[in-house]
Design a protein around this ligand. Sequence first.
Ligand code: 5AD
Ligand code: SF4
Length: 460
Amino acid sequence: MEILHFEHNEQAAQIIASFYDTPPLAYIHSFGCQQNVNDGEKIKGVLADVGFGLCDAPEQADLILFNTCAVREHAEQRVFGNVGALKSLKEKKPRLIIGLCGCMAQQPTVVEKLRQSYPFVDLVFGVNAIDTLPQLLAQKLTGGKKRLLQTPVERADIVEEIPIRRDSDFRAWLPIMYGCDNFCTYCIVPYVRGRERSRRPEDILAEFCQLVDAGYKEITLLGQNVNSYGKGLEPRVDFADLLEMLCRVPGDYHLRFMTSHPKDASRKLIDVIAAEERICNHLHLPVQSGSDRILKEMNRHYTVQQYLELIDYAKAKIPDVTFSSDIIVGFPGETEEDFAATLELIRKVQYMQLFTFIYSKRTGTKAALMPDPVTHKEKTERMARLLAVQEKIAHAETAALVGGTQRVLVEGHSRSPGTLAGRLTNNLVVEFAGDEALIGQYARVHFTSSKGTILKGELV
Ligand code: 5AD
Ligand code: SF4
């Protein structure tokens, strides 16, 4: 565990220790995006700092925390299902503390539902309250049966000094900004994560240097919209400047970033990716729809033509560049014609990978008020058609790499017995035979065949 100048909370630690005969165990489950996974790592760091151990099974835990996602209804239902399933465990183990945090905890309606219908949930805290967790736990333990269901607070500051316990020792998440100001009409994120706040470049650089020194090979910069990094910072610095600054740090590593909003992805950014060896030649550029009419309804602030011009610029400047994207199928009012335009766009760009979602209505967003006459069945059929188109493209893109050789980061054992899995800069995975000592290291692999989107290869 690395600690970034965190002030250890001695009093809370003592209170917590006094309630348990042996060090208590926590089970933390993070749902959703990388930002949430990174928050989960901070929660683990904060808990470890006040004497908690971690466990992989809820049955062993003294504290169970669900770090939740609110971006789609399905994600919320899963969490309620998971929480509900703990009722009997709590009956058997009354001292067990059950808590919920993350994006769902930012919604007053969710907190109210937990208050009314889930009496065995003891603790709720928002995304800006992770650093206060030791005090909350001490308060909960000394408060008897009293539940601590907090209403979320919006915070303009960024708490820099939170300990972190990373899930991997060679891949790391590095948040550069929090929140979002875009208000895409379907999206709940700006309501739950608040306004955009950028970390200071010197704080990012300090954490980055720690990661490189500790031997991390892949560092992924995180933000809801990394391209608008730097708003409000003095002196002025933009995302491309930040990338250039980080790439000056010597070491054996590579950089990724997500997510880029096409409206803010600049030519300057693409020039920096082209110039810097250490930045992956891959752009995750969520387009959401291929119809200008729908993009307008979504409040995305770009047209298909502008998006394609950006893609063409990247293709011209960055050799071997690959793209991935997010697509929403069945946004309110999406016609067959709009959907056909999305298929056309996908064929034009030739994405390596797509993350596809059927539109999910989020109460409180503008799109939730729009008429939505298309049936769920039709939306599911559109989704199947889209996936069929994408599958062909991705298989062909993968097959085109056979015969080549690349440096990959070895991530672990692959699904085929006895082989390792390495990740290419474009996010594809290659399976190859090799010593497990290579896990967490770079290896040069020659690609011998492909099956679907999985490459097979051999060590060079
Ligand atoms: N319904 C479906 N997909 C959504 N996303 C965000 N909000 C919704 C919603 N209400 C998708 C977008 C975004 C990704 C992270 O999740 O495609 O880029
Ligand atoms: Fe949501 Fe749009 Fe912000 Fe992404 S840019 S988090 S889709 S509002």
